[in-house]
Write a protein that binds this ligand. Sequence first.
Ligand SMILES: *Cc1c(COP(=O)(O)O)cnc(C)c1O
Length: 460
Amino acid sequence: MKQISKNSWAEPFKIKMVELLKMTTPAQRKKALKEAGLNTFLLKSEDVYIDLLTDSGTSAMSDQQWAGMMLGDEAYAGSSNYYHLEDVVKEVYGYKYLIPTHQGRGAEHILSQILIKKGDIIPGNMYFTTTRLHQELAGGRFEDIIIKEAHDSANEFPFKGNVDLNKLETLIKKHGAQKIPYVCIATSVNMAGGQPISIKNLKELRTLTKKYGIRIIHDMTRVAENAYFIQQLEKGYSKKSIKQIVKEICSLTDGATMSAKKDALVNIGGFMATNEWDVFEEARNMVVVYEGLHTYGGLAGRDMEAMAIGIKESVNDNHIRARVGQVIYLGEQMMKYGVPIVKPIGGHGIFVDAKKMLPHIPQHEYPAQTLAAELYLDSGVRTMERGVVSAGRKPNGENYFPKLELVRFTIPRRVYTQAHMDVIAESAARVFERRKKIKGLKMIYEPKYLRFFQARFEQL
Ligand SMILES: *Cc1c(COP(=O)(O)O)cnc(C)c1O
């Protein structure tokens, strides 16, 4: 099997400005965690040492992007930054029509309301929290069609983001193609551990969906990271640039939602894109109601300029190699200490298997939530739960109990150094050493939507 290049990488930038980090004492962390209801989302950022909560909106912008911020054309309508962004989206991704939104979920909201009717089925390669919620709020139901390997944290298949085409065809035959407005395909599947989909699988999916007249909508939040795995691991792609591969991925789909806060290297922003004029027309009507005029979608001109520049930087081969290289480095350090992680290592972070690390804590006592709290106590490193708390409840009120119960160590882009990675791995190793003494949690407050953001816990 092909392997990811083992040649050393180094950050393809030098540092021009620094932000000092705050160190805390164990007593300070204990107090802060208690006040946060043992939920790392409720910690104050000033109480965090190394922040791996998310890679969303946490990237460091380049000097070019900051210079772009000064070129913000803050007009209500027709800002020149919008036209720049439109050109870049066409050039880099190839989609015809663009609707900017304040972030990814703004795009998901508009797309779901336009395409989904009550009773529809939306198949996808594993759910994402906000994506599925918007599908459900529009009256649809999500169906998981990812290959079964994705649900097994130890399976080392390189493309665990692939779609099980048999599962999809069975769904189509059962419900009829008219009940399926689109298949939702994420690149670098977040909830599976940042696992890529292969071009081969995407091409087969294109053929199958064409046969039934069903669209493919691309959740392209981490498309550049996915392209890196294709370049390194898929036959026939080692000589292609990330830019070429990204464009090929997009060309196999009909439209997209994007959270530019991830791969596109900005702190805020997103968009919806489509190749269909009718869908664009409707989206242009809706965006005015929920986000802002169709030439700004809730963003300042300067935000759109930073996004346009960030998109171009995100498909640079040297950038993406160092980005994913850093994630792989952290994963390899953690494996050396015996910490059980999802394999293969994905593109945006390391996912620790909490069921394996804390087998004595049953899933209804939140092993991943527990582990995230323990890590913070140990070193001030902030991670997040991706397990039963994130999975939430079904529309009928029952809990989803996902197979994967993970703690995500998400690496912000261009923010931390290799020495930080060492400190993080050592902290994970210390918690691993005392894992048998760790006790589970009970939930004492549960919000109605996306509970993982605001739920509160107590130790059992
Ligand atoms: C972050 C994310 C979203 C939602 O985007 P926001 O910008 O957070 O609203 C959708 N899909 C995936 C895969 C994501 O990671």
